[in-house]
Design a protein around this ligand. Structure first.
Ligand SMILES: [Zn+2]
Length: 428
């Protein structure tokens, strides 16, 4: 399978691009389609790498608008957990498809997912054409250690044949929901099988206080004691980390993913200490967190808010610039998140075409326009592994995804559709 893109703008140059078997094989001003190629005329659109969402719970699209504006624990205990106990694989499949649709439309090409029924999530990612690292949340503070470990192992078996765009991982939910003994077991299993591990860490002050009270250690030191800080570990949030923890994370080579919108919406009370993380030399990525607590999967929004919050917190408008923010959002500052190195020969053909005529992209420097002015609406076409997932704003099968996801949400007693049914083709 081969694809040719013609008339695209790359770093100010008009170029053509050819991809074969998912990899860029030709790129330059004189590259033209061959007879065997599928084609996509970029018509002057700007080509950029895709965005990498370093932390989400994709199927929670079904929970959008369910329990907004509640305190975190009340939201979880009264709203989310009771429904999650009733979730079926088909709910996760269509919720994840809906998430993938939004990601394709707003330029995300790869994401890190932590959610129930990961085999259904993996199937959705595969069918949508995206890339993801997929893992089941692991929780055993309720004493269900044996069941949790069995579920972790069987999820790995089920994910084994998920396809080349999908990576299986392990996802201990957090240090306060997994016993120390199980954290150690997960660390050993991950090391033995070479698996990535994702975990929420230091999201709230309560978590830090409780960890100090129980273990006399701050969260990152405690996680390290359990053997879980390694170059294969992806930590989400890190809002309340102190200097000693940042140094430790840097020394262990773990990745830190910041989720600025979700942190603000859930009012965690502090801003991720990015300048200190950068100074320590930590790999940093960006995530949306779940669409139940963001509520958008449009990484452009998280990108802008990340930059603004860091400037504000540092009282320094130069604290982080647009080019650096763009690098973080495209995974360039955290190679472990799995982004292609760059748009060059031999690299995966994952990229976006941005509307040439978008008003937001008319003037100035491209990174500033992308970070401060644009939204996901500037994405015109999305290509992953040499396959066109969105062509000029059109995603094949979008209406079915909308209709089926709504059906699943209704079945769970969640969704009231917005707008008149007759205006929504998915409801007809
Ligand atoms: Zn999360």
């Amino acid at each position: 399978m081969s694809l040719a893109i013609s008339d695209a703008l790359l770093a100010g140059r008009r170029v053509g691009l050819r991809a074969k078997e998912g990899v860029i094989v030709e790129l330059g001003p004189n590259v033209t389609p061959r007879p065997e190629d599928a084609t996509l005329d970029a018509a002057g659109a700007i080509v950029v790498p895709g965005l990498i969402n370093g932390h989400t719970h994709a199927a929670m699209t079904l929970f959008r608008g369910y329990g907004d504006d509640l305190p975190l624990m009340q939201w979880l205990e009264e709203k989310i957990w009771p429904v999650e106990r009733r979730l079926e694989p088909e709910d996760v499949y269509w919720g994840t498809r809906l998430a993938c649709l939004e990601m394709v439309r707003t330029g995300t090409v790869r994401f890190w997912d932590m959610y129930w029924h990961p085999e259904a999530a993996a199937r959705a990612v595969h069918d949508a054409g995206l890339r993801a690292t997929v893992a089941a949340p692991l929780i055993d503070v309720d004493g269900r250690t044996k069941a949790m470990r069995a579920a972790a192992l069987s999820s790995l078996d089920e994910l084994a044949g998920a396809g080349e765009r999908i990576e299986a991982g392990l996802a201990p939910h957090a240090i306060y929901t997994v016993s120390e003994d199980s954290l150690r077991w997960i660390a050993e299993l991950a090391a033995e099988r070479g698996l990535p591990v994702q975990i929420h860490l230091s999201e709230t002050e309560q978590e830090v206080d409780d960890c100090l009270a129980a273990h006399r250690l701050r969260p990152a030191h405690y996680l390290d004691r359990a053997g879980l800080l390694s170059p294969h570990t992806v930590l989400s949030h890190g809002v309340w980390l102190d200097e000693s923890e940042l140094e430790l994370i840097a020394a262990r080579g773990a990745v830190l993913v910041t989720n600025p919108v979700a942190n603000l919406k859930l009012a965690v009370g502090r801003i991720f200490p990015y300048p200190a993380a950068r100074a320590a030399g930590i790999q940093v990525g960006l995530g949306t967190d779940g669409p139940g607590s963001n509520n958008s999967l449009d990484m452009f929004a998280d990108m802008k808010l990340f930059a603004l919050l860091q400037k504000h917190a540092a009282r320094d408008s130069a604290a982080v610039d647009a080019a650096e923010t763009w690098e973080i959002a495209t995974g360039r500052r955290a190679p472990q998140l799995g982004a292609p190195r760059s748009l060059e020969l031999g690299q995966p053909a994952d990229f976006l075409l941005l509307r040439a005529g978008a008003p937001e992209l008319s003037f100035g420097e491209l990174p500033a326009a992308l970070v401060y002015a644009a939204s996901g609406a500037v994405v015109q076409s999305t290509v992953v592994a040499g396959r066109v997932l969105m062509r000029d704003g059109h995603v094949d099968g979008a209406e079915e995804v909308l209709a089926r996801a709504l059906e699943r949400a209704r079945h769970l007693g969640l969704a009231a559709p917005i707008g008149f049914p007759q205006n929504n083709p998915a409801l007809a």
